[in-house]
Design a protein around this ligand. Structure first.
Ligand code: NDP
Ligand code: GDR
Length: 371
């Protein structure tokens, strides 16, 4: 009998990579998707199976982490061996605009799922993975950050995730459930949501290189993040659920980079070097040289500016993870370098926007979505 997994947040970046991984391991994968007025399954459409076909191993259920009866029904129907709770309002900046919803979905949503397992008598059968986050570390207490570093959350998102972290630990201790927290540092990919900073940058660089955008506006260029590739990180999630005993693990690369350096790296991918002038809100990035004959802008053009609208009321300045425990106990290590990932992301975005460029050249209007 193949194992059965239930993934909340299956339509997100990690949900898509985790689905691929589990299907490749012979799992029957069930996922919870939200009802939306437009299709929201772009990232998993290649895995979709016609509901009229027998013996499907990829099944989607409508649901929401804010709806407990719905979660109970799905867990009862699926009887999963493993639940990966990836669903969340996952944007830190947006959580300042929607603090109550974020607490409900990201915090209480986790309790709703754990309660579903408990009420249905599945505490001995169903293993539980909680998508915890390096945002828990928030205001720097210690560097690098490990499983023993104290938490100091700095956003409604991080506060909600801190509740979810502890309720997961509590259900493990109170009911003997196999429940793990993966404290994952930032991980990116060509499937990353468009408004997270890496993808915002690689999309802008792709569009600028194709003549579809003039400038990139960013917030805090000095923020430092420990960025890995989502493909590596979903492997770590799976490994956490294959141990003898449930435990909490940091997944990180052990290298930190500023947002500014990621911008530099991305422009280099299209043959452009930048120079920086000014400080704080007046900082700008200007093209200093171009080695790509097809690049539409010349040296001296300003392509990056700071826009304070992207600043956060309270910022997390420095994240740098210590993945020693995951390496020792799970045999897990990040395999992608940041440069490899950046290159993959820029190339994928260029591929996507070439289609827009063709449409534009043929006289059609193309959608312009910024954030
Ligand atoms: P995404 O934002 O790409 O995906 C989030 C998923 O959650 C989407 O499928 C979204 O659905 C779904 N979702 C949002 N709200 C609800 C809700 N109320 N009920 C049900 N589903 C909901 O996130 P990632 O894939 O990047 O991250 C996965 C998880 O890991 C998240 O919990 C995130 O907070 C956490 N995390 C992420 C890190 C990262 O660097 N990527 C690092 C550490 C933790 P829809 O598609 O309809 O919007
Ligand atoms: P983060 O990711 O907040 O770390 O949360 P994000 O990419 O949004 O920000 C990283 C850093 O870049 C700075 N920044 C900008 N960020 C965005 N989004 N847009 C900008 O224009 C911009 N300019 C500078 C931010 O201030 C920040 O310092 C991600 C999410 O996936 C969470 O769900 C997850 O828990 C953490 O990573 C680990």
């Amino acid at each position: 009998m193949s194992k059965r997994a239930l993934i909340t947040g299956i339509t997100g970046q990690d949900g898509a990579y985790l689905s691929e991984l589990l299907l490749s391991k012979g799992y029957e994968v069930h996922g919870i998707k939200r009802r939306a007025s437009l299709f929201n399954t772009d990232r998993i459409d290649h895995l979709y199976q016609d509901p009229h076909v027998d013996n499907r191993n990829f099944v989607l259920h409508y649901g929401d982490l804010t709806d407990s009866t719905n979660l109970v029904r799905i867990v009862q129907e699926v009887q999963p061996d493993e639940i990966y709770n990836l669903a969340a309002m996952s944007h830190v900046k947006v959580s300042f605009d929607m603090p109550e919803y974020t607490a409900d979905a990201d915090g209480i949503g986790t309790t709703r799922l754990l309660e579903a397992i408990r009420l249905l008598g599945l505490t001995k059968k169903t293993k539980f993975y909680q998508a915890s986050t390096s945002e828990l570390y928030g205001l720097v207490q210690e560097v690098p950050q490990s499983e023993t570093t104290p938490f100091y959350p700095r956003s409604p998102y991080a506060v909600a995730k801190m509740y979810a972290y502890w309720i997961t630990v509590n259900y493990r201790e109170a009911y003997g459930m196999y429940a793990c927290n993966g404290i994952l540092f930032n991980h990116e990919s060509p499937l990353r949501g468009e408004t997270f900073v890496t993808r915002k940058i690689t999309r802008a660089v792709a569009k600028i290189s194709l003549g579809l955008q003039d400038k990139l506006f960013l917030g805090n260029l000095d923020a430092k993040r420990d960025w890995g590739h989502a493909k590596d990180y979903v492997e770590g999630m799976w490994r956490m659920l294959q141990q003898e005993e449930a435990d909490d693990f940091v997944l990180a690369t052990g290298i930190t980079t500023t947002v500014r350096d990621f911008v530099i790296m991305s422009f280099r991918e299209v043959g452009v070097e930048l120079e920086w002038s000014g400080t704080g809100v007046d900082e700008v990035g200007t093209i200093s040289s171009v080695s790509n004959p097809d690049f539409p802008l010349a040296a001296g053009t300003q392509v990056v500016s700071v826009d304070p609208r992207y600043f956060r009321p309270t910022e997390v300045e420095l994240l740098l993870g210590d993945p020693t425990k995951a390496k020792t106990k799970l045999g897990w290590e990040a395999t992608y370098t940041l440069a490899e990932m950046c290159s993959e992301m820029v190339r994928a975005d260029i591929e996507t926007f070439r289609r827009d460029q063709l449409l534009k050249e043929a006289g059609f209007s193309v959608k312009n979505q910024f954030e």
